[in-house]
Write a protein that binds this ligand. Structure first.
Ligand SMILES: NC(=O)C1=CN([C@@H]2O[C@H](COP(=O)(O)OP(=O)(O)OC[C@H]3O[C@@H](n4cnc5c(N)ncnc54)[C@H](OP(=O)(O)O)[C@@H]3O)[C@@H](O)[C@H]2O)C=CC1
Ligand SMILES: O=C(O)CCC(=O)C(=O)O
Ligand SMILES: [Mg+2]
Length: 745
């Protein structure tokens, strides 16, 4: 993909952010066009990514380009300027639903093969696996992560705090994680002195050698890890924890990241379902096997599969499933009204969002009666689960966080080039036979890292390259210098991978002027405690972390500090020189689509988009000498401030100002700021009529936007909504639409 110097790529994604884009993008373009900046769409929705995999199944009109691959290439271009909105990282049930929707709309794409046998089926599955789980972000994140709450947003949150639940000393909520046999336990790690090609192989007890990955090319200076999760230890852990919850009468919840960890965590999730419903699986296991039940995709898969059975058999199985509940603890619910529990689908319990939501409301989740209850939060992998227990301990002792006084915790995250666990899917395997799992040098046959594994264990290799580590250290020093905040590297010397990282961090810190800076290295739990002690004293601390903690902490702290991770500035300075601006630190908020379709109210907050656009324009202004772009950036920031001060953010309640209304106010304030500024007379003259018109018609437009709310709307699809229908729904104010035309020409 080649783009002009004055081009911003704006991604079209899924769910709430995509709906919001239909309203916001026409406004953005009205403004940027006057600075000669083109805002070009790139559709990377899950539906489009599916279609791009199967050109041969489509008619010429239906064919779509592989936009994600093109964007991936663009990240290597120093002039890249990409605004990336959150997208669905599809679980298997979501992928199946998207495929069904596309097929029903006349796209002759193949079904998702569940148990591929022929070469053709295997090839189809390979294509679909490119769309499965977190398939977008790892391709685009060719830089490390800089996520923070801008000072103006933090000030606003202090002045207008969101609600927080009460924490009690008597809370029974806690985190349960494994204490042996998990990835943390037996990890091995090394730094490569020279480049090598390696393979991953399993030497079975029977003597048979299976090559699981024939070649991974490693660069000099790269850190590699070999780690596994024991199936036996995991299942024992579940048994113990489920029984403990039952005996002590506390509710049970499960938290995984099956989207990012798309190979390992569905397996981890599936074992929980099988252990929870152990007796039903013991009785009907053979039939489930025959039916191809795969509870790695949640209980929903089992219900779907037994639907094909005669009703008496189906009812017997449902009775047996229900009977299991009698000697199991109560389960946390995702939707108690519909009876959807935590074990229903792995994409409903995504740990980075679900744990902070629980902590924010005082350590509670919802039970089957829709009542908040204390919970045993099961997060099997101990490596990072421990940070949540530390937060819980802290809240139990100190009470809930106070958004009016708490300090801020920005993050500098090691993320580039598929760093660490989040880049390990293609090197993760479920072991088929007891034996030895080796990473072997292809040229010399030398075994670099070895593990004794058993059938059912999950074995993986992680990588992190040297250049991203250097860049990460540099970014941390820069952020510490620019912000004046202390920076803490959350690194655990007892974990082999992090011990290797610490050596590099200590070396690369010497490349920088760190005089006067407070930079420390602490293990996760200590770092959390240290940071929280500062947080409650109103002090700010940069967390400098690896990829998983980047993900966890950039939901956790914003949700405590700002009420949502949507209000984060999320910059990815691309290592090749360009910039990617993610909008917020959260996801695509599926609940919001439901509300729009049922009640024509979109509560999605586009603040993340406003913040990202301002930094994207500013960067373009600086890099290309486009002064008008700089003026647009400055006035957009001021307009955003005004929008917050005047409380024009979307309300969650139908009938009140929503996403569309807040876009209107942004347009009005932005036009007013442009009309009033003195740096560019041409822009002032161009936007004065719009400012006047919108100001005069404020009430009329607000009324037009509000009057449509309350009734169900048709957007013509979920994964592939009809652009004409969505546009009509998202742009219901004729007065606003006409006003935007005033600036054209
Ligand atoms: N960068 C990316 O591309 C990311 C993608 N994802 C993907 O997003 C999907 C949903 O993930 P999930 O774990 O549910 O997390 P989300 O962050 O999407 O949603 C959790 C809750 O956060 C609140 N929220 C998030 N963003 C906004 C916003 N802009 N405005 C208002 N509220 C917001 C909403 O709360 P309320 O309903 O109370 O208003 C929402 O229900 C998944 O497919 C996941 O894989 C997840 C994270 C990042
Ligand atoms: O890509 C994904 O699936 C999620 C990304 C995410 O949660 C994050 O980066 O904060
Ligand atoms: Mg996240």
């Amino acid at each position: 993909m080649t783009t002009g110097k004055s081009t911003i790529i704006y991604t079209l994604t899924d769910e709430a952010p995509l709906l919001a884009t239909y309203s916001l993008l026409p406004i953005i373009r009205t403004f940027t066009a006057q600075a000669g900046v083109d805002v070009v769409e790139s559709d990377i929705s899950v539906a489009t990514r599916i279609l791009a995999e199967f050109p041969d199944s489509l008619t010429d009109e239906q064919k779509v380009p592989d936009n994600l691959a093109a964007l991936g290439q663009l990240t290597q271009d120093p002039s890249a300027n990409i605004i990336k909105l959150p997208n669905i990282s599809a679980s298997v049930p979501q992928l199946q639903a998207a495929i069904r929707e596309l097929q029903s709309r006349g796209y002759k794409i193949p079904d998702l093969p569940e148990d591929p046998k022929t070469d053709e089926e295997k090839a189809i599955l390979k294509s679909y696996s490119k769309v499965l789980g977190s398939a977008v972000n790892p391709v685009l994140r060719e830089g490390n992560s800089d996520r923070r709450a801008p000072a103006s947003i933090k000030r606003f949150a202090r002045k207008h705090p969101h609600s927080m639940g009460e924490w009690s000393m008597a809370s029974r909520s806690h985190v349960a994680h494994m204490t042996h046999g998990d990835f943390y336990h037996g990890e091995k790690s090394m730094t490569l002195e020279a480049a090598r090609d390696v393979k991953m192989e399993l030497i079975g007890k029977s003597g048979k050698t299976t090559v699981l990955k024939s070649k991974v090319s490693l660069k000099a200076g790269e850190i590699i890890d070999s780690m596994f999760m024991s199936k036996k230890a995991l299942c024992e852990f579940y048994e113990t924890q489920f029984e403990d919850a039952r005996k002590t009468g506390v509710m049970l919840s499960l938290h995984v990241k099956a989207t990012m960890m798309k190979v390992s965590h569905p397996i981890v999730f599936g074992h929980a379902v099988k252990i929870f419903y152990k007796e039903a699986f013991a009785k009907h296991g053979a039939l489930f096997e025959e039916l191809g039940v795969n509870v790695n995709n949640g209980l929903v898969n089992l219900y779907e599969k037994i639907d094909t059975l005669p009703s008496t058999k189906k009812e017997e199985i449902i009775r047996d499933l229900h009977a299991c509940h009698e000697h199991r603890p109560a389960l946390a619910m995702v939707d108690s009204a519909k009876g959807i529990s935590n074990l229903h689908a792995p994409n409903d319990v995504i740990v980075d969002a679900s744990m902070p939501a629980m902590i924010r409301i005082g350590g509670k989740m919802w039970d089957a009666n829709g009542k908040p209850q204390d919970t045993k939060a099961v997060i099997p992998e101990s490596t990072f689960a421990r940070i949540y227990q530390e937060v819980i301990n802290f809240c139990k002792t100190n009470g809930n966080f106070d958004p009016t006084t708490m300090g801020t915790v920005p993050n500098v995250g090691l993320m580039a080039q598929k760093a660490e666990e989040y880049g390990s899917h293609d090197k993760t395997f479920e072991i088929t036979e007891d034996g030895v799992a080796n990473i072997v040098d292809l040229a010399t046959g030398e075994v670099l890292l070895t593990q004794n594994v058993e059938q059912g264990d999950i074995w993986r290799m992680c990588q992190v390259k040297d250049a991203p580590i250097r860049d990460w250290v540099k970014l941390a020093v820069t952020r510490a210098r620019n912000s004046g905040m202390p920076a803490v590297f959350w690194l655990d010397p007892y974990r082999p991978h992090e011990a290797e990282l610490i050596k590099k961090v200590e070396t690369y810190l010497k490349d920088h002027d760190t005089k006067g800076l407070d930079i420390q290295i602490m293990s996760q739990v200590r770092a959390m405690r240290y940071t929280l002690e500062r947080v409650i004293r109103g002090l700010d601390t940069i967390s400098v972390t690896g990829n998983i903690l980047r993900d966890y902490l950039t939901d956790l702290f914003p949700i405590m500090e700002l009420g949502t991770s949507a209000k984060m500035l999320s910059i990815v300075p691309l290592m090749a020189g360009g910039g990617m601006y993610e909008t917020g630190a959260g996801g695509s908020a599926p609940k919001h689509v439901k509300q729009l379709v049922e009640e024509n109210h979109l509560r999605w907050d586009s603040l993340g988009e406003f913040l990202a656009l301002a930094v994207s324009l500013e960067d373009m202004g600086i890099k290309t000498g486009n002064n008008k772009a700089k003026v647009l950036a400055k006035t957009l920031d001021d307009a955003t401030g005004k929008l917050l001060d005047n409380n024009k953010s979307p309300s969650p309640k139908t009938g009140e100002l929503d996403n569309r209304g807040s876009h209107f106010y942004l347009a009005m304030y932005w036009a007013q700021e442009l009309a009033a500024q003195k740096d560019d007379a041409e822009l002032a003259a161009k936007f004065a009529p719009l400012a006047k018109h919108l100001t005069e018609n404020e009430q009329k437009i607000a009324d037009e936007l509000k009057s449509v709310q309350g009734n169900a709307v048709d957007i013509g699809g979920y994964f592939l909504a009809d652009p004409v229908k969505v546009s009509a729904v998202m742009r219901p104010s004729a007065t606003l639409n006409k006003a935007l035309e005033l600036v054209k020409g």
